[in-house]
Design a protein around this ligand. Structure first.
Ligand code: ATP
Ligand code: MG
Length: 339
């Protein structure tokens, strides 16, 4: 976690807020009313830390400014995508403890699906293709290899696994069973449209976005009204998603979008199907971790060692470079620079 001081383990405290969830990299806070101390039901504070993960481990060494870079990048993308999908951001005027890396968002009822789309074949998609010739059940041409561009982006959803477990791939039919056919189709179409738009923009700037994961939610009050259920139930109780018409209840883009944590970024000029692609953001880190210099055995259960300063600095540079290349803006850690 950023600015936590010594242990680097516990999330930063934010005055006037209660931490309600801490993920591997981000924290979620509920604002408290300064007078009554009561919880604000409408907003959440979402703050990205400087922690970084590699090879399924969260490393003990943070990357300075990473949380801020990713938050600024997400904000920029929300803007770029605003004509495709509404987003959850309310304000970037946040407490100083999380300046630059925190955002206030509308509190949404999240849909129970991790929405993934792939424009290029690699990772879990490649593994499925090698075994069955399909990705998420969608038949693909023969002869594709690691890094191949798909004829068109494919929706490859997964479950939202509980903390500490891995998301499991599911089929489109499974998504229909979870949220009904209308919402399932909307989630698929929006996810694919976001990745297509992302690549249209990034391609002109030398970056390929191989795949991405997004999360969507709906306004609890709208949900309650549409289904005729109490607000409390719409907020955290049982919901009959199949009864929701996405033309009536707006599907809102939440969480983060098209960041290197939620997506695979590749350098367009180094793209070479048939091998593992180099990662725009994490390659320096991965190369060091798997080199003799780190002394770490990836196959062991041991946590990776602390990172040397030069690896930290080079990795930070990569994140800043990705942000500046994509957005054409100079990176400002405090996030106060407009356009
Ligand atoms: P991991 O580290 O594996 O990603 P995680 O998904 O639990 O774990 P985060 O992604 O950091 O951790 O946590 C963000 C959480 O906030 C997610 O559960 C996400 O669904 C939720 N979330 C994001 N935006 C909103 C929103 N607008 N309203 C309500 N919940 C939200
Ligand atoms: Mg997450």
């Amino acid at each position: 976690w950023p600015t936590t001081g010594e242990d680097g383990e516990s999330p930063v405290e934010v005055v006037g807020h209660e931490l309600v969830h801490s993920g591997k990299v981000r924290g979620l806070y509920v604002p408290l009313d300064p007078q009554t101390g009561g919880r604000d039901d409408l907003r959440l504070l979402l703050a990205a830390s400087d922690r970084i993960s590699a090879y399924d481990h969260v490393l003990s060494t943070p990357i300075p400014d990473k949380g801020s870079v990713l938050t600024q990048m997400s904000l920029w993308w929300f803007d770029q995508l605003a004509d495709l999908v509404p987003h959850h951001v309310v304000s970037t005027d946040v407490p100083e403890e999380v300046a630059g890396r925190g955002v206030y968002v509308r509190r949404l009822r999240m849909l129970p699906v991790e929405c993934v789309a792939r424009a290029y074949l690699t990772g879990g998609g490649l593994a499925e293709y090698a075994a069955t010739g399909t990705v998420s059940g969608v038949a693909l041409p023969e002869g594709l290899v690691d890094g191949s561009r798909l004829p068109e982006p494919v929706f490859t959803p997964s479950t939202k696994a509980p903390v500490g477990e891995h998301d499991q791939p599911i089929s489109f039919t499974d998504v229909e069973a979870l949220v009904g056919p209308r919402l399932a189709a909307r989630l698929r179409d929006l996810t694919v449209a976001i990745l297509v738009r992302g690549n249209e923009i990034a391609a002109g700037r030398g970056i390929l976005i191989a795949d991405t994961k997004v999360e969507f939610g709906v306004d609890p009050q709208q949900l309650a009204d549409a289904l005729g259920i109490p607000l409390e139930q719409a907020t955290e109780g049982e919901v009959d998603w199949a009864g929701v018409d996405p033309d009536v209840v707006a599907v809102v883009l939440a969480d983060e979008v098209l960041t290197p944590d939620s997506s695979r970024f590749w350098r367009a000029d180094e793209w070479a199907p048939g091998r593992t692609q180099t990662s725009y953001d994490k390659q320096v880190l991965r190369d060091w971790l798997t080199s003799p210099a780190s002394g770490w055995d990836r196959a062991s259960d041991a946590p990776p060692p602390p990172l040397p300063d030069d690896v930290v600095a080079l990795t930070r540079d990569r994140y800043v470079e990705a942000y500046e290349t994509l957005t054409g803006r100079a990176f400002d850690p405090s996030g106060t620079t407009s356009s």
